[in-house]
Design a protein around this ligand. Sequence first.
Ligand SMILES: Cc1cc2nc3c(=O)[nH]c(=O)nc-3n(C[C@H](O)[C@H](O)[C@H](O)COP(=O)(O)OP(=O)(O)OC[C@H]3O[C@@H](n4cnc5c(N)ncnc54)[C@H](O)[C@@H]3O)c2cc1C
Length: 450
Amino acid sequence: MEKFDVIVVGAGTGGCLTAKTLAKAGLKVCMIDRKEEQNIGDKVCGDAIGKHHFDNIGIAHPSGPELDQIIEGIKVYSPDMQTEVNVKGEGVHGYLVNRLLFGQRLVKEAKNAGVILIDKTVVTEPLIKNRYVVGVSVKDLKTEEKRELSSKVVVDASGHAAVLRKKLPAEFGIENEVKDEDVEVCYREIREIKEPIDEPGFCKIYLDLKRVPGGYYWIFPKSPTTINVGLGVAMTEGFPNPKDLYNELILSMPMFKDSKVLTGGGGLVPTRRPISPMVGNGIIIIGDAACQVNPIHGGGIGSSMMGGVKAANVIIDAIKNDDVSREAFWSYTGMFMEAYGAKQAGLDIFRMLLQRLNNEEMNYGMSHHLITDDDLLKTSMGEDLKLNITEKTGRLFKGLGCLSLLKKLNTTAKLMKEVKELYRNYPSSPEGLNDWETKVNQVFENAKNL
Ligand SMILES: Cc1cc2nc3c(=O)[nH]c(=O)nc-3n(C[C@H](O)[C@H](O)[C@H](O)COP(=O)(O)OP(=O)(O)OC[C@H]3O[C@@H](n4cnc5c(N)ncnc54)[C@H](O)[C@@H]3O)c2cc1C
């Protein structure tokens, strides 16, 4: 049986950064992906990444053919299209990338660091021995041959598929399933339009809770005439087919008249707080497989790379100390929660409120700027939700019969603060987990009952 120090399952954005960091430390690393090497990176995605991720992770910013468009800001539109929230500033500066070329760059960097890529090979399940993950079973899609690969540590970076996480026995104490209601199901196309779009430097997000329940539709320019356009809906009972909805809602927009589709497809993204814990004996879970995605906008490229680098650093120490137990990896979950998970947990509570509002409430809230444009940016960056509720707004909303919306917003802001505090204080050892989970569950129960 082939043996490695670490097997990374999935060569997406998270997997590549994990594998590269491990190989640079001198470990023998293999990275497995079901796709053929030349297609790795080609994913149905909004293709948008914040600039800050490149600085924080320490990788080169996209340039040349990898860079499609520089993004200066985001505009969010109310369901009645009467209010435009303009989110600008350092925090939202970013890029629309050519997803395939970006992915190919990351694979190349990993390989240059010494990672052995095994492509066109599907991982089917974890190998478990004496309560440790000790490798994976794989099937070569070129030859149909099945084999086993062994390693000291396995990283599940298989994205939403979470092929290993879903198959871990209960004794690992890792959440196997993510609820459907916490997943967005999306349909997206890249289209060439006839007339150049106004403001190609702005990503536009449209809210319509009646027609696009629990999600939004987006128009992200890749150039003045090439548009990444799609929509996502929450996978709650009876959710509409996103492709039908796309055809009806998006293709009827005047800007898409006589446009040409370059590529299209569907995708799933988990939009909730991260799983807890993200570690077990011999295994660490990162990226979408660990739900490391922003629950509000569904962006997860940057956080998957950040999660991957942090996981790699914990693995390097664990292998050095010859201890790859759950306890040895334990600090990873807390480290991630501190850096990003706490913000996700807060935004998850906010998402739960937003998904339950109706269009009228959303229109009222946005037109009266209950959250200012600046504060919306700060909230999305992880700061506490600050509400712009004056005595005058209170009187106005009472008159409109919308006072309950203000109350719900106030309670949501309080719960967001509470849950962030809990996530920032993730238990430093497995012993504290039960107590922590009880407190977290209570906050989410309160949010559900709003
Ligand atoms: C429609 C849509 C729009 C999005 N828009 C944005 C956006 O604009 N900005 C943003 O930041 N994020 C966006 N996201 C989220 C983003 O794509 C993910 O968060 C990010 O790609 C996560 O990276 P990852 O490495 O965890 O997983 P992935 O990038 O999904 O990589 C997982 C890899 O694992 C491989 N794999 C899966 N199963 C197996 C298996 N059994 N065996 C072997 N290999 C396997 C896959 O082939 C894949 O290469 C969007 C997602 C969707 C669905």
